[in-house]
Design a protein around this ligand. Structure first.
Ligand code: SAH
Ligand code: SF4
Length: 349
């Protein structure tokens, strides 16, 4: 079995190379993997020939392979990527005139049973490794000729999965993605979104290198949120709000709250007033997401007027934006990642 290089940090490389190789070799290979992004490491001529041969024999670069790509009319690309064990996961690129956002998955499927989300219907297949998380980013950069030093790029961990239930791998991937000797993203440009796994939020807050935090609110009373996000029975809304207030923000940072709007369920003016009240004393902004529909999701998308009216109320207490839906036509939008075949039949039952 060859070992994947993508996902290894300098200390993993040292272990993998063995004690006979000096530390600077591990660093050299690390830079070749993440900064130069040289898939054929055997071609890195600054490495001695014997080492190159050893790398070729025992390691592979380890990027995922494209199994399918779905192109939205709005320019969004949804990739179905095949991993080493033949399982597939989804990654989305949302190009805009002034920036590109890469939406990556943290797990295959998701164990959190939110009622409005297509990914929930997959259940959890498995956690992704740090290499598979980093690999999605490197794959999209390579395919689209994007460079961290040239283009304005954001990463959001809002694809399949609950990132905080795979926190160790998410944090390791973040360290690799933000390392200046490596891929070189600013931690300000990486956001992790959670359904509210309180102890893991606390753990992430203590990490030296960590992404920004977004919280999926989606309900403004205990009962309503429990109905839409049953995980609220374990991590109560009240405790979640307390954890948000305590969260150790860096000087440049605000929390983001996402609120999916479901017609007639959580999109009334009264809901908006409750959201405004809940968040009034938190250093945050709100993104409203009108439901992205899908088969098996028992809710409807509210009208644009309803969404605007909700925004106008929340805005009185905190900055509030409407997230433009991207790639809905190819099941690439928030909450739509379930390996759907473009618009019609599913690839995997
Ligand atoms: N598991 C994490 C991150 C992935 S979901 C989380 O839940 O935060 C990313 C965002 O999509 C979340 O804010 C979630 O509330 C939202 N979402 C889920 N299903 C949706 C749907 N059908 N329409 C619109 N947004 C949805
Ligand atoms: Fe999982 Fe997030 Fe979907 Fe909830 S909204 S089921 S936490 S991916």
């Amino acid at each position: 079995m060859t070992q994947a290089l993508v996902g290894m940090d300098v200390s993993d490389l040292r272990t993998a190379l063995g004690p006979e190789e000096p530390v600077f070799r591990a660093r050299q290979i690390y830079e070749a993997i993440y900064r130069q992004r040289t898939p054929g490491l055997d071609r890195v001529t600054t490495l001695p020939k014997a080492l190159r041969l050893r790398i070729e024999a025992n390691f592979e670069y380890g990027l995922p392979e494209q199994a399918a790509r779905y192109d939205s009319t709005d320019g969004t690309l949804r990739y179905l990527l095949k991993l080493a064990d033949e399982r597939t996961v989804e990654t989305v690129l949302m190009p805009e005139s002034d920036r590109n956002t890469i939406c990556i998955s943290s797990q295959i499927g998701c164990p959190v049973n939110c009622r409005f989300c297509l990914t929930a219907l997959m259940g959890l297949e498995r956690n992704l490794t740090a290499g598979e998380i980093v690999g999605q980013v490197l794959f999209v950069l390579e395919q689209n000729n994007l460079r961290t030093d040239v283009h304005r790029l954001n990463i959001v961990m809002m694809g399949q999965g609950e990132p905080l239930l795979n926190l160790d791998n998410v944090l390791k991937a973040t360290r690799i993605l933000t390392d200046e000797a490596g891929v070189g993203f600013s931690p300000r440009r990486i956001t992790v979104s959670t359904s509210g796994i309180i102890p893991k939020m606390e753990e992430m807050g203590r990490a030296a290198v960590r992404p920004r935090l977004a919280i999926s609110l989606n309900g403004s009373t205990e009962e309503q949120r429990r109905e839409l996000m049953p995980i609220t029975a374990k991590y109560h809304l009240r405790d979640l709000m307390e954890a948000c207030k305590r969260y150790p923000l860096r000087p440049w940072e605000k929390l983001t709250f996402e609120h999916v709007l479901l017609a007639g369920v959580n999109d009334t003016d009264a809901d908006a007033r409750r959201v405004a009240k809940l968040l009034a004393n938190i250093n945050c902004k709100v993104n409203l997401i009108a439901l992205n529909p899908g088969p098996g999701i028992p809710y409807a998308t509210p009208s644009d007027e309803r969404v605007s009216s909700f925004q106008a109320i929340v805005r009185r207490s905190v900055p509030c934006f409407i997230r433009k839906p991207r790639g809905r036509d190819v099941y690439a939008a928030c909450g739509q990642l379930k390996r759907m075949e473009s618009g019609l039949v599913e690839l995997c039952p």
